[in-house]
Ligand binder design. Structure first.
Ligand SMILES: [Cu+2]
Length: 110
């Protein structure tokens, strides 16, 4: 069983395809941290609410819109970014909150 697992890991790494990454953006003191981030197409951002109030993570950027619904303190929401470009992500409850997400065309490492 242990041997089989090792073979599977080797095969997965040996394919040479770039793995999509997951990065964390927190919400703290009514701000996204960090406020700017660069990821590759297909990567996921995990939005983590470390604040004492709820937030609602949204994008109203025309090329890539989403709404992750109400996110209470301590909760997380994830979003896969499938569209290259610059996407402004905000909070529908607090208009001053913003994180600029730059999504590069290729998968990371290519
Ligand atoms: Cu908010």
């Amino acid at each position: 069983m242990r041997h089989l697992a090792a073979v599977v890991v080797t095969l997965t790494l040996g394919l040479g395809t770039a793995q999509a990454a997951t990065v964390v953006v927190t919400q703290k003191n009514h701000a996204f941290v960090p406020s700017k981030i660069e990821i590759a197409t297909g990567d996921t951002i995990l939005f983590r609410n470390e604040d004492t109030v709820p937030h609602q993570v949204v994008s109203h950027t025309p090329i890539f819109q989403f709404d992750l619904d109400l996110e209470r303190p301590g909760e997380e929401r994830s979003q896969v970014f499938t569209q290259p470009g610059t996407i402004v992500v905000g909070c529908d409850l607090h208009s001053n909150m913003e994180v600029i997400v730059t999504v590069t065309p290729g998968p990371a490492g290519k």
